[in-house]
Design a protein around this ligand. Structure first.
Ligand SMILES: [Zn+2]
Length: 460
């Protein structure tokens, strides 16, 4: 494509996206008509059909659903009772893949659940109900994922685990525990206020808790939604943009990740409707069931070994807050100058660096050695989720301006990834990927997060 043509398409995309309300209206429909779109719910399947219709309406090619079988989970009742030193009931919610139980045990709080806190209390955790907060303290210098904390509690023989939100507002913070089977111990979440009360109760003697949970498991089939803008000369080289469309069952998941879904759809719409003939194929995938263990994306990578050498870049859009101008590469530092040139060409600042993520759909692509990155602002160490994963992740937190900004950014990036002569990144071998995670000091954390359940990490 000639430079002049690129500028014309660029202006067309920008004009289209910034004068459109389509993304926001689609997000309203996703949230108001289909609720949480939680894996296994009827609304999840209806949302998949709705997104399929949108891709067809936008003029994408080969639009289809791809089924993946998995173990789904349905929330029942959760009751937390303090028996001593003071009798009272306390609000809580179960975390996904927690089973059914009626147990009594002594409570202990282990701060933020850092690796050193777990090590310090290792000999006292067995048979206790342990609580750690959702915090990733800045001094640990990396994100401490909930799954890693739960994994450490399991490995030390805890009877149950309480995950305490770190921000006030009487909101419980949900999130996945293990994937593909029942969590080996019950895991619940409490608000910061309830967690702090539990900590205070310890001053008056041993805190004994009774926990009664009732939840259900089912085998289900979920659906990834896939659509293409086929390339005309390098058709076999694919640039893939992905976003998960499911939310947690306690909210409508407007930010995480209804907004990411409509951002890639808006980018797809603007690119398809620009009518630009592009050398490489652009593929857009709305993944299901990210929130209970990256099931849609993992299924996609497993079901398509033939694509592992063809996907030249995977751009993940998840849990976006505010305007994003950066890319968090998952390895492949050789792409930093490449994206810096793209930023210069787009005439806007863009922060590009390597920051390994384990908690989103990009992870199975990285494990398969596919050059990948996430849309990010790269601006700060993220130590909390805002309203994500709480019942307050609602539509009023998202504006059309944010959708327009990020959709335009994604579309302009995809345009350049589709037309530039060379993408200077090669697929990595399993050994190279292992070395990447070792270098980032993440191997033990990944093992803990999986607890031997997330099969793709067993080899790490
Ligand atoms: Zn998400």
């Amino acid at each position: 494509m000639l430079d002049e043509q690129l500028r014309r398409v660029d202006r067309q995309i920008l004009g289209d996206v910034y004068t459109s309300e389509e993304g926001f209206v689609t997000l309203e429909e996703l949230c108001d008509r289909f609720g949480s779109r939680f894996p296994g719910s009827p609304e999840e399947r209806e949302a998949a059909d709705f997104l399929l219709g949108k891709m067809i309406q936008y003029g994408l090619s080969d639009v289809h659903l791809e089924p993946v079988e998995y173990l789904a989970w349905e929330r029942g009742t959760a009751e937390l009772e303090c028996l001593s030193p003071q009798a009272k009931t306390m609000e809580c919610i179960a975390l996904p893949h927690t089973g059914t139980c009626d147990l009594t045990g002594e409570f202990m709080s282990i701060g933020a659940g850092t690796p050193s806190e777990f090590a310090a209390y290792a000999d006292r955790i067995k048979d206790r109900i342990v609580m750690c907060s959702a915090r990733s303290p800045a001094y640990v210098r990396r994100e401490l994922h909930r799954r890693e904390k739960i994994g450490r509690a399991i490995s030390l023989g805890a009877k149950a685990v309480i995950f305490m939100r770190d921000t006030g507002g009487f909101l419980e913070e949900t999130g996945s525990t293990v994937t593909g089977r029942e969590c080996p111990i019950p895991a619940i979440s409490v608000s910061k206020e309830i967690g702090e009360e539990l900590r205070r109760l310890q001053k008056h003697g041993p805190v004994v808790l009774r926990l009664r949970l009732d939840n259900r498991f089912m085998r289900e089939v979920g659906h990834n939604v896939v659509g293409d803008i086929p390339g005309n000369t390098l058709r076999d080289e694919i640039i893939l943009a992905g976003a998960h469309y499911d939310g947690h069952d306690i909210s409508v998941g407007a930010m995480d990740n209804g907004s990411g879904t409509v951002m890639i759809l808006e980018a797809a719409r603007a690119l398809a409707q620009s009518g630009a003939g592009l050398p490489r194929t652009l593929r857009f995938v709305c993944f299901f069931a990210e929130e209970i263990g990256l099931i849609g994306a993992t299924g996609y990578v497993r079901l398509h070994p033939e694509l592992h050498n063809k996907i030249r870049f995977m751009l993940n859009v998840d849990g976006v807050r505010g305007n994003q101008n950066g890319i968090a590469l998952q390895g492949w530092p050789e792409l930093i100058p490449f994206f810096s040139r793209i930023a210069a060409d787009m005439k806007q600042p863009m922060t590009v660096d390597v920051a390994m993520a384990r908690g989103s759909d990009v992870f199975p692509f990285v494990l398969s050695g596919i050059p990948s990155g996430g849309l990010s602002d790269m601006g700060e160490v993220r130590t909390e989720r805002g309203f994500g994963h709480t019942r307050a992740d609602t539509l009023d937190k998202v504006s059309n301006r944010t959708i327009q900004h990020n959709a335009a950014h994604i579309a302009r990036l995809m345009l350049r990834l589709a037309v530039l002569d060379q993408i200077p990144a090669q697929r990595k071998s399993a050994e190279e990927i292992q070395a990447l995670f070792a270098e980032a000091n993440l191997l033990e954390a990944i093992r803990m997060s999986g607890r031997g359940v997330f099969e793709d990490t067993e080899s790490l």
